[in-house]
Design a protein around this ligand. Structure first.
Ligand code: PGA
Length: 259
């Protein structure tokens, strides 16, 4: 099954407004030179929330889309320091990362991640839900069990509407591969993406076939061609290499033509 490739840059806590605009300009310029590639590849950047408004003014609703890095499960109200989905929409976001391991590490559990995904759908955002095991869990042979639980907590919150179900994005990000320079091996990626696909189709039926499954964790120009060509890898969630336009564009160039 062919799914439109999705390349997402997660800038994390990097970038004041001006350098963020410069980086986005560099990426946008590169995308302009790759118009044919954009027909089968969707590109999203998730900058710090403070840069979203300026980037929205700059980018409009063009080829380079915006996403948030997190959202509150609540719609509004007394939640100091939080941002809700409507606020992200208000500054031009189409997507939002949910349950990144760096947030799970500070106490965000599976139940909260499920409710945040529901909030994203409710507020008209496409959630990119991160799952993945720690090194300890992999070494204990528990990687699949951990990911199964993470997915199970999402399922009750997946909307019934077919177009929403199909729009869900799941990112497999083994925690030990994030920011370490050590990507998961192709066999490990193929095995986990296949496992995720099976879980999703079992739970969501035909819509599960349409869900895009991204790989994340030290994805860079040097390994992108290999990883993005693997079965059931529909794109990537990129941290470090998304902070340099040339590297990010090189990853986009590595998306196989058959997408
Ligand atoms: P990385 O980060 O590409 O720097 O490993 C990926 C992520 O955290 O989404």
């Amino acid at each position: 099954m062919r799914r439109r490739a999705l390349i997402v840059g997660n800038w994390k806590m990097n970038g004041l407004i001006e350098p963020a605009c410069d980086l986005a300009d560099g990426i946008l310029f590169g995308l302009g030179q790759r118009a044919d590639r954009m027909l089968h590849c969707e590109v999203v950047i998730c900058p710090p929330a403070t840069a979203l408004h300026a980037l929205h003014q700059r980018l409009g609703s063009g080829t380079l889309k915006l996403g948030g890095q997190n959202l509150s499960e609540h719609e509004s109200g007394p939640h100091t320091g939080e941002l809700c989905g409507i606020m992200l929409r208000n500054v031009g976001c189409w997507y939002v990362i949910v349950g990144h391991s760096e947030r799970r590490a500070s106490g965000e559990g599976n139940e909260v991640v499920g409710r945040k995904m529901a909030a994203a759908f409710r507020d008209g955002l496409t959630p990119i839900v991160c799952v993945g095991e720690s090194l300890d869990e992999r070494e204990r042979g528990a990687a699949e069990a951990v990911v199964r639980e993470q997915i199970a907590a999402l399922l009750p919150h997946v909307p019934d509407a077919r177009n929403k179900r199909e729009s869900l994005v799941v990112a497999y990000e083994p925690v030990w591969a994030i920011g370490t320079g050590r990507n998961a091996e192709p066999e490990q990626i193929v095995a986990m993406h296949g496992f995720l696909r099976a879980l999703l189709t079992e739970a969501l039926g035909a819509a599960g076939e349409k869900v895009r499954i991204l790989y994340g964790g030290s994805l860079k120009p040097a390994n992108a061609r290999t990883i993005l060509a693997l079965g059931d890898v529909d794109g990537g969630l990129i941290g470090g290499a998304a902070l340099k336009a040339t590297d990010f564009l090189a990853i986009i160039d590595a998306v196989p033509d058959e997408f």
